[in-house]
Every structure is written in C-alpha cells, then in structure tokens.
Design a protein around this ligand. Structure first.
Ligand code: FPP
Length: 255
C-alpha cells in the first residue's frame, strides 16, 4: 500500500499497520483515581477516542476498529449502561459532521438493533451519511462479542448448506470471513490494549489470529497521539511470519 511517509509534525514509520484495532480499557480506573464516578471516565474516554480517530487519519491508517460496548457490558449497572448509550448518541451528534468532512466511513460491528431506539437512530444516521465516503473506515464495535459473531456466521452458513446453495466442502477461511461483521476487510495488523490487561476479551477472535498485540499500562482516557505513534513504531520493527519462516539471503545469519 502506498502511503505518504512524512507528516508535517511527526515522522511516521515506513511500515504502518493497515488495520488497527483497539480495546479501550481503563475508563473506570481513570475515574476512580480522581475520585470521580465511573461515568466521568467514559466521558474522558470519549475525548481520547476523538483524539485517536484524528491521529489515525493524520497517519493515513486505512482502518480503525474500536471496542466501544461488548455483549458482556450489559452486565454492568443499568446507570452505567444508560450513560454509555447516551454518550454514543452525543458522540454521533457532536462528531458526525467532522467525521464526514474527513471522508471517514463509519461502520458498526455488532447487533446494534438491540440498542436503545435513540442509539439505533444515531447509528443509522451515521451509517447513511458516511456510506459513500472513501477515506478511513471507522469500525465501532457495539453490542459486539466475537463468539456470538462466529455463531451467527455458522448459523448462516449452515442454512445455506441446508438449502443446498453451498456444500460443506465450499466452506473455507475466505467464505467464513464473508459472514463476519468485518466482511471484505483485511484482518487487524495491530491490536492495542490500554490499562495493562493481558487478554483479548472476546474481541475479533477470528480476525486477530495473526495480529500483533501491543499493550500499554496507560489508561484509555490518557492515551494520546504520541502513544499511538509509539505503538505504530513498535509494530514497524516487528517481524511477522504468519506461522512460516523468514528466508534469509545467503551469508545472512539465521535468527
Ligand atoms: C472499558 O473501560 C471501556 C468501556 C467498556 C467503554 C468504552 C467507551 C468509551 C471509550 C466511550 C466513548 C465511546 C463511545 C462511542 C460511546 P472500563 O470501564 O472497563 O475501565 P476499568 O477496567 O478501569 O473499570
């Protein structure tokens, strides 16, 4: 992929990830440290998200995926869930015009039709307005769970087999991936997780099979453009083998 390497203010590494996926963790801890309610952590998390979207556009990242609300997040206190839903509507109302101006295409991963009505309306507006944009794809995972996504794909494929439209032998990785929310998109190259937790939390389980993982102790509301650049820089130095070997030139040492 050809991307401009030089940026006005920062030097962007040569090898940049095509698709970055982020687990935005630590909003609650950020608020707790400041003796604030958890909801304030989510509000600060929204500000961090705005920064990171801008930074990804600036660094020419073609796809950004963020984990905003998981299928498991419904277990949180009703008050917190309600606040997150309100924040989503606020995010769309305040940011949509600018996201559209930046030629960003918004996409939702997950069953958003189970969200409150106002959220569904806000999402539909965002999807509709940005559908024709050709810039960065901004995937927001909402009411998303990777296991459910996989089960949904299996059900749909099973139905096609039952109807005789495909045979079991037709099922391969490519066909399977077409039944996921990320249909048509390359898998994430880099997964970033904030707040130091070493787990994937039911996020894109199929798609991150060979992704590079970058974890920082920074809490999500504190995450900046500079942190993103650090993650990209670290990624650019990694050697990806996808289960194979790097064949060295004659005379080079094999590591
Ligand atoms: C995890 O932090 C974060 C979430 C469950 C929500 C992420 C939401 C945002 C960043 C808000 C803005 C986004 C939109 C589009 C609504 P946590 O609460 O689990 O933190 P903790 O582990 O420290 O408790």
């Amino acid at each position: 992929m050809a991307v401009p390497r030089e940026n006005k203010t920062v030097k962007v590494p040569d090898k940049i990830p095509y698709h970055i996926a982020i687990i935005m963790d630590g909003n609650g801890r950020w608020a707790k440290k400041r003796l604030m309610p958890r909801t304030m952590g989510h509000r600060a998390g929204m500000a961090a998200l705005k920064r990171v979207v801008k930074a990804c556009v600036k660094f020419n990242i073609p796809i950004l995926t963020v984990y905003a609300f998981s299928t498991e997040n419904w277990k949180r206190p009703g008050e917190e869930v309600d606040y997150l839903m309100k924040l989503l509507v606020e995010f769309v109302n305040k940011e949509l015009a600018e996201l559209h101006e930046q030629n960003i295409r918004i996409n939702v991963l997950g069953d958003y039709l189970q969200l409150p009505f106002e959220c569904q309306m806000a999402i539909k507006k965002a999807l509709h307005l940005t559908a024709g944009n050709s810039g960065m794809i901004f995937n927001i995972a909402l009411n998303y769970g990777a296991r459910l996504e996989i089960i949904k794909a299996v059900r749909e494929i099973g139905r096609l087999v039952k109807e005789g439209k495909i045979s079991p032998e037709d099922i391969d990785e490519r066909l399977f991936a077409d039944f996921l929310f990320t249909r048509g998109m390359p898998d994430p190259d880099l997964v970033i997780r904030t707040a130091g937790e070493m787990r994937v939390s039911n996020f894109l389980l199929w798609q991150i099979a060979y992704s590079e993982i970058w974890i920082t102790d920074k809490l999500w509301p504190d995450f900046t453009e500079e942190d993103l650049l650090k993650a990209i820089d670290d990624y650019s130095r990694r050697e990806r083998r996808f289960g194979g070997l790097i064949i060295k030139e004659k005379g080079e040492e094999n590591a």
